[in-house]
Design a protein around this ligand. Structure first.
Ligand code: SF4
Length: 360
């Protein structure tokens, strides 16, 4: 695919929750000798996962797959309580990198279920976030994915119904389910502050702005990324005649499409988006901004505390001390690049380095 002109959505790509989770795992790779273990993809993007694998991080689907006493990070999507317990039982260090906005939904599910009502959770089957959320109230929270499913879902008779959601849905999907739930159950309980997070709604607002101005829209992101899929759905619903989702430039179709809008899911690195724009080869690139996004989530607390102690003791190398002190303005990509360039994996592990095996 080539483009006469590219309109680049703003905001796009990494959100505050993804930045925080990636940086927390990057610091884990410095604080511990490899392998560090991560339960599930830290975020749903194969480029991010491959980059961490090159730093010696191993990805597993359950803490029991990591050796005893290994350092373990739990992904940004949030984990079932029994997964957190298993990690704490087994690991030397557990860092839960769950996004605080996912934690908010977990709290709502537990609270509504404890209050005795039915919980209707809108989410994708098998998605890590939905799996972790439903396990907050096993047997009490039931999942639907679409407005059509509301007609047949089984909930206890006469119970008040709360409708909660995966944070990364398409706004249209969410509104459709809420309307269907009101039709069927009457007065449903909704969270005072929406479950769809700011990153999801901001990126969808930006892609809606692109839709009327573009011949085609390219959404950059993994097929496993819920918010990437929601961006493509939103672009189609907004009337864009051609919408293509690609993981990277190599997946661009071979066609000339005039004015092309480009956006990216919240787990897509900006360097992959830049590669897509380069491959499109436009004569001009213009940014179309829907909203200014400057949310910041700090590093996961155990990582922050450990680094704080090392900083106070003067034990951080300058290049890392600068990244820690200026964490708010240090991007995940920048931190990973510093670690890679300085060969700093395991650099802060206090255990003596193992001697290389000597063969005679
Ligand atoms: Fe958090 Fe939303 Fe980003 Fe998910 S998409 S990590 S919920 S801010």
């Amino acid at each position: 695919m080539s483009a006469r002109r590219v309109l680049l959505a703003e905001p796009r790509g990494f959100c505050a929750g993804v930045e925080s989770a990636i940086k927390s795992l990057a610091w884990m790779a410095v604080l511990h000798r490899p392998p560090v273990f991560c339960v599930h993809a830290v975020v749903h993007n194969e480029h991010v996962v491959e980059r961490f694998e090159r730093l010696g991080v191993r990805f597993v689907s359950h803490p029991d797959e990591a050796p005893l006493a290994a350092p373990v990070l739990l992904s940004a999507h949030g984990s079932a309580p029994e997964v957190v317990t298993a990690a704490k039982r087994r690991a030397s260090v557990v860092v839960d990198a769950v996004c605080p906005l996912v934690t908010k939904v977990h709290h709502e599910i537990r609270t509504r279920a404890a209050a005795g009502g039915a919980v209707l959770y809108v989410g994708h089957p098998g998605h890590d976030e939905a799996v972790g959320a439903l396990r907050q109230a096993p047997g009490l929270a039931v999942r639907v994915e679409s407005a059509d499913e509301v007609a047949t879902v089984v909930v206890p008779d006469g119970e008040p119904v709360a409708v909660l959601a995966q944070t990364t849905l398409a706004v249209d999907t969410w509104q459709g389910v809420v309307a269907a739930a009101r039709d069927r159950f009457g007065d449903v309980w909704l969270p005072p502050r929406a479950d769809l997070c700011f990153a999801t709604t901001n990126r969808q607002s930006a892609v809606r702005r692109l839709a009327a101005r573009c011949d085609a829209i390219v959404v950059v992101g993994s097929p496993t990324s819920s918010n990437t899929r929601a961006l493509a759905d939103t672009a189609r619903a907004a009337g864009c005649p051609r919408v293509v989702r690609v993981s990277g430039p190599e997946e661009l179709p071979d066609a000339d499409l005039g004015v092309v809008g480009v956006t990216a899911g919240a787990s897509t690195p900006d360097r992959v988006v830049a590669g897509v724009v380069d491959a499109l080869g436009p004569a001009a690139v213009d940014v179309v901004r829907a909203v200014h996004e400057d949310e910041y989530f700090p590093l996961a607390r155990p990582v922050r505390q450990r680094l704080g102690r090392l900083d106070a003791a003067g034990e951080l190398p300058p290049v890392l001390q600068d990244a820690f002190v200026h964490d708010r303005t240090t991007t995940a990509d920048d931190l990973l690049t510093r670690i890679e360039d300085g060969r700093l994996v395991g650099a802060l592990d206090p255990r003596p380095a193992r001697s290389p095996a000597v063969r005679t």
